[in-house]
Design a protein around this ligand. Structure first.
Ligand code: ATP
Ligand code: MG
Length: 725
């Protein structure tokens, strides 16, 4: 068969990687050099040139969206569908394994996945039931502790707590948590990986079977694999299998989740005879953007060293906008997006990137007000909304009565007279007898241990769930969802409430039926459709909205932008303490990670890159004066065009950043009108001075004052306590 077309559109080193002989292969290369493209072509090559069955390929990508795009491209190249190819994220693939081998994994058949929010609730309840003070033993801390150990492959019994009483206590919480999850048949995200790794590691028959099956294992974004993921991979790679990994040490941005860039170095040692390919030409960005990104990342120490160049055009300068505040930043961004669209471009070609998910709100507001369609990845996720989680909890409980998390969530939603006192009795009974809530409830009802009213209320709840379970078994997936909404009165419950929020909740619940109707189940997955759907809901939360039917602007955190590219990119919130983030400011290792994140952000842009920062930012309910990010200083000044200049420019602002007053008690009635240039003023900290400059309007008015002793400072008038003399 002629396979040469699979090498079309590739440069020399790319071809070398795609058509490499069987054996371990490592592609180490910078952003936009075609790593993902090479991986995709390699899969097609293995199928067509080496006659691998699609069933024998395991490919790990960073998101489910990336996996489906990759599948699409491979099918296009091959000209036939490749159902049965295992392509997905570490979590998704682990889940698939556990479903197929729940018995070997020691799980109940109907085990359910809980997300991070549910995990925290569970931990909180356990902490309370252990009679610890949850103000001191914070659930969030416990969650970090547990996930950290799971990601390092450690069970509670493997944790070396030493003599540290705190570590010992957390280890006990971890132990309780493990026992609880096992009893309830629930699995958190980290558990998916740990459990499937243990299963493969300890079950030789299974391991050999999969090693025989998967002749090729391919991994994108390898720099962000953590300890357990790397071990997981190795279980699938036998002497016969081919492993190919692609990555970029400069784009390692998940060390806070345990990712180890060292895995790249380990790889060469662990797989002897590794062939290493380097790609050096960037095809994505203009040379202005690429050079600027290269300059920034060059400040990091201890890089593996790569070259990255482009023969593309210079393109536009990077535009820098100094906004008054976050509202102005959003307004500016939306204006530019409107221009972009008026010039005949697509909204989907535009990405707004931010460091912290909370930043999305001001952009959402501005886009909404300007009637510009947009989509948020991460953050406000459909499947994470409270009413949707209630509905999912009902569905989960019908499948698995032992799922205590779901039980707790909806036992009294909508209100059905099951009070906290009753629930406490059930909880205590459950704990004393190592039972689930469901089991305890039925025992207590039978044993006449509850008041008649409580017993009745609880009984009708159990009956409702049981009845639904029976009735739903005959229905199609979307009908099951509809049925549940009707039987549980969830729709009516929210429908009767007043206000816009209630309306949105009803809409969301209805949308859940649509989501179920549109849900496509991989044929190879032998799973109850409802189980598969619920797993999908838990796993793909933020990506659920991925298939846009409407052309819309893309909003996402820098972390979730990894691997993507857009003609027009806005990199927002470039301020010290936001990006780089506050906790990185005094920590060189974290600072380097922030710089890599900045590199990732800049290299998403193909044609135009805007960078914005706000002089005053209100975030998490606080208002702060800002200093432009140090990363701006690291971009060669020739590459930057300032669209609106902070007086003196961003460089002066950086140099003088300690001069900003950060008091925030307002002086009502003060406006620039009262303070003409040259007026003498008194500040209670800086003393006397003269107004030199006035900028902005209304509450954003800023004045520059030359203080006799404190020197020249910019102050926001509505916050600074100035008295005219
Ligand atoms: P990242 O590090 O951001 O994940 P990457 O190395 O995976 O980037 P790709 O996304 O595969 O890079 O490729 C970047 C862009 O360059 C894509 O639009 C891709 O189609 C294009 N590209 C890659 N190689 C070539 C080539 N040889 N000729 C033309 N375009 C190419
Ligand atoms: Mg890529």
């Amino acid at each position: 068969m002629d396979v040469s077309h699979l090498l079309d559109g590739l440069n020399e080193p790319q071809r070398k990687a795609v058509a490499a002989d069987e054996g371990p292969l490592l592609v180490l290369a910078g952003a936009g050099s075609g790593k993902t493209r090479v991986l995709t072509h390699r899969v097609a090559w293995l199928v067509q040139a080496f006659s691998y069955s699609p069933l024998s390929i395991l490919a790990v990508t960073f998101t489910n969206k990336a996996a489906s795009e990759m599948r699409g491209r491979i099918e296009q190249m091959l000209g036939f569908p490749v159902a049965g190819m295992w392509m997905g994220t570490f979590h998704g693939l682990s889940h698939r394994l556990l479903r197929a081998h729940w018995q070997e994994a020691g799980l109940p058949e109907n085990f359910q996945i809980i997300d991070s929010d549910d995990q925290k609730r569970v931990i909180k309840r356990l902490i309370t039931s252990m009679e610890l003070d949850d103000a001191y033993w914070q659930p969030k801390q416990g969650q970090i502790f547990i996930n950290h150990h799971k990601e390092a492959g450690r069970r509670a019994r493997d944790v070396q707590a030493g003599h540290d009483p705190q570590q010992q206590q957390w280890t006990r919480v971890y132990q309780e948590y493990e026992a609880y999850c096992q009893r309830a048949g629930i699995v958190d995200f980290a558990e998916l990986l740990l459990r499937s790794w243990e299963m493969m590691h300890n079950n030789e028959i299974l391991r050999l079977r999969y090693r025989e099956r998967f002749r090729a294992v391919l991994v994108d974004e390898f720099q962000d694999t953590n300890n357990i993921q790397y071990r997981w991979l190795k279980e699938f790679v036998g002497p016969q299998s081919n492993i190919m990994v692609v990555g970029d040490d400069d784009q390692s941005i998940y060390s806070w989740r345990g990712a180890e860039v060292e895995n790249i170095r380990k790889f060469e040692k662990d797989f002897s005879g590794t062939e290493m390919v380097r790609l050096e030409q960037n095809y994505r960005s203009t040379s202005t953007i690429l050079n600027a990104a290269n300059a920034v990342i060059s400040r990091n120490q201890g890089r593996m060293g790569k070259t990255l160049w482009t023969d593309g055009e210079d393109g536009d300068l990077i535009r820098l906008y100094a906004a008054f505040n976050e509202v102005d930043e959003a307004r500016f961004t939306v204006d530019r997006i409107k221009n972009w669209v008026e010039e005949g471009n697509l909204r989907s070609e535009v990405a707004i990137l931010y460091r912290s998910n909370a930043q999305s709100r001001s952009f959402e507001e501005a886009l909404f007000n300007a009637a510009v369609p947009y989509r948020v990845y991460g953050g406000l996720r459909f499947f994470e909304r409270a009413e949707i989680k209630d509905a999912l909890a009902y569905l989960r409980l019908t499948l698995n009565h032992d799922d205590d998390t779901s039980f707790e969530r909806i036992v009294n939603v909508p209100t059905r007279g099951i009070g906290n006192r009753t629930l406490d009795i059930v909880r205590q009974h459950a704990r004393a007898n190592s039972q689930t809530m469901w089991h305890s409830s039925s025992e207590l009802i039978q044993g006449n241990d509850l008041t008649a009213r409580a017993a009745n209320a609880l009984r009708s709840f159990l009956e409702l769930i049981d009845a639904m379970a029976t009735q739903m078994s005959e229905l199609e997936l979307f009908e099951q969802v509809e049925h549940m909404l009707g039987q549980t009165d969830l729709l009516a419950f929210h429908g009767n409430a007043k206000g816009e929020k209630a309306e949105t909740r009803v809409e969301n619940l209805k949308e859940l039926v649509t989501a179920a109707r549109n849900y496509y189940q991989d044929e190879e997955e032998e799973m109850e459709p409802l189980s598969a759907f619920l797993a999908h809901a838990a796993l793909e939360a933020g990506e659920g909205q991925a298939e846009a039917w409407e052309d819309c602007v893309q909003l996402m955190s820098l972390h979730s932008a990894k691997g993507l590219e857009f003609p027009l990119v806005f990199l927002s919130g470039m301020e010290e303490g936001l990006f780089p983030s506050q906790h990185a400011l005094n920590d060189p290792a974290r600072l380097e990670e922030e710089r890599r994140l900045c590199y990732v952000g800049m290299t998403r842009a193909m044609k135009q890159l805007y960078i914005t920062y706000a002089e005053v930012r209100r975030l998490y309910g606080r208002e702060n004066y800002t200093t432009p990010s140090r990363f701006l200083q690291e971009i060669p000044a020739e590459a930057i065009e300032e669209v609106r200049t902070r007086t003196g420019g961003y460089q002066a602002a950086w140099q003088g950043h300690q001069q900003y007053d950060t008091e925030s008690s307002a002086l009502p009635g003060s406006s620039a009108g009262d303070l003409p240039l040259g007026a003498r003023v008194l500040h209670d900290k800086f003393g006397e001075g003269v107004i030199m400059n006035v900028e902005g309007k209304g509450e954003h008015t800023r004045v520059q004052v030359n203080f006799e002793y404190a020197g020249i400072k910019w102050l926001v008038l509505s916050f600074a306590k100035l008295t005219r003399l």
